[in-house]
Write a protein that binds this ligand. Structure first.
Ligand code: 5GP
Length: 234
């Protein structure tokens, strides 16, 4: 398998073509951004840690029968993935209130929600990824009703599996963001699942082991990601 030209560069990752038209390489950078890129920085070895964590989580989800874009880990910072057409919608699950939900609805951070919240945001950096609903997705033609149904079902299944997975590691999955892609007519899980895209609090202490340490200058960012990596790969 041969690495070819750069296809896309995002805030935290780069995608390269390969000699196989169905497969691409996802490269994880140390760059970190928050608040729609208003805050920028780097976290030493974040790319290495997120590649490891994401790879392990995708392997776990695949072992449970969920379709993902993950093929295999190639190097410290690279994984081989299926080339998908990304659905321009971010899917967020919330088990406890935090972040933008706390701000939007005036709910104190950490409030246990009476039921799981599933949100959609339109993937548009120029608009600040606005919150949208199923009817916006349909009206804008971002995905079909059938695709939205598949995305919701997969997302709720991921929440069920990962909440248990992390709890065994003494971590509570507060919320997370997923992205999906189309591959050979099917919806599959894409992007990454890491402390960049999840809120993870240590059970008992409530210690934040995720990107909120970068967002809110809480310090020990690398140590927090290392902590998650060690538990996830143990
Ligand atoms: P919030 O909407 O509270 O900022 O984020 C909810 C959850 O989704 C958090 O776990 C957060 O890390 C993740 N999330 C939401 N939007 C983005 C995004 O654009 N990039 C990343 N990396 N994570 C996001």
């Amino acid at each position: 398998m041969e690495k070819r030209e750069k296809l896309y560069e995002g805030k935290a990752k780069i995608v390269y073509a390969t000699d196989n038209p169905d497969l691409v390489i996802q490269y994880f950078k140390d760059d970190a951004t928050a608040f729609n890129a208003a805050k920028k920085g780097t976290v030493d070895e974040k790319g290495i840690m997120n590649n490891k964590i994401s790879g392990r989580i995708f392997e776990f989800l695949q072992s449970q029968g969920l379709p993902t874009h993950f093929e295999k880990t190639l190097s410290e910072r690279e994984m081989l993935i299926k080339k998908v057409q990304i659905v321009p919608v971010e899917v967020i699950i919330r088990n406890r209130a935090a972040g933008s939900l706390s701000r939007l609805l005036g709910i104190p951070e950490g409030t246990q929600l009476k039921s799981t919240v599933l949100e959609f945001c339109y993937k548009r950096d120029d608009l600040g990824d606005p919150l949208i609903n199923d009817s916006h997705i349909k009206a804008l033609g971002l995905a079909t009703e059938e695709e939205v149904k598949a995305i919701k079902e997969l997302t709720l299944k991921v929440n069920e599996l990962l909440s248990k997975f992390f709890l065994k590691l003494n971590l509570e999955l507060i919320d997370f963001k997923l992205e999906f892609g189309r591959y050979k007519g099917k919806i599959i899980l894409a992007d990454e699942i890491s402390p960049d895209t999840c809120r993870l609090w240590e059970v008992g202490t409530g210690k934040k082991l995720d990107k909120d340490r970068f967002r809110h200058d809480l310090g020990n960012i690398k140590e927090a990601y290392q902590e998650v990596m060690q538990r996830v790969t143990a």
